[in-house]
Design a protein around this ligand. Sequence first.
Ligand code: UTP
Length: 293
Amino acid sequence: MSKKVRTAVFPVAGLGTRFLPATKAMPKEMLTVVDRPLIQYAVDEAREAGIEHFVFVTGRNKGVIEDHFDRQFELETTLKERGKTKALEELQADLPIAGQASFTRQQEPLGLGHAVWCARDIVGNEPFALLLPDMLIKATPGALKQMMKAYHQNSGNIIAVEEVDPNDVSSYGIVGRGAGEDEAFKIDQMVEKPTIKDAPSNLIISGRYILQPEIFELLGSHIKGAGGEIQITDAMQKLLKTQDFTGVKFDGKTFDCGSKIGFLTANVAYALDRDDIKGDFMSELLNILSAKK
Ligand code: UTP
């Protein structure tokens, strides 16, 4: 039987250079889609999938993420005094239970693989989930919950994948597809940011992983890959020699909120799904679009 996945790692130490100047003093992961920060969506998705411990790999300028997952007594008292009970309850429901969150620092942004390696002592010798908060996935049930189903059936390592326009493969980690169905197929290779010519498919790694702890040893060699960064994809490609990787083409859509277009379209898609604002938002959008014609 596969060992339970209890812990999720959220790397939030990147510089967010594609989103400057917004990310000069504010973490990219605190950018909001409608009224929730990206990191909150990722934590909600992990909690829905049964995760019990949330590990944040932070860096300089990221203290606000730690504050976001803490209580704010002055705000809570004011909401209470003003009778805003619903807002208060929602705020409290967003928080991890005391002791369920850990924070560690990646002192230098040496790449995603290095950020994950920084979590090794907190995670320990157990399988863990990895969620990149800037890859926002709109899915019901959430992408990680869909992956858990594949994990219980296949064990090993699980990766969420999604098809993209072949012209976009050079921006992502790409997998090669072996035997199996969309819900669970064998991955036979992985490559980070390939050229179109070298890409084994147009299936991108969508920022959700379930990984076995042996990945930490491989990440510990600190070998640099694409862009001069320590890449998780390179370590996974090595682990593929001794362990199985299963791809899950989940039911849902990814918004790459590290890019401006992904972030803006995510706001439109999420706003149009919100009962409290969708009517007004739709008419404002239509006004803007018809004025542009
Ligand atoms: P990205 O490569 O999208 O983030 O990493 P980035 O480097 O911050 O963004 P750009 O390319 O400069 O705009 C995906 C996730 O990994 C984290 C980021 O914070 C993001 O959540 N990350 C990346 C780290 O924690 N450490 C790193 O060294 C790099």
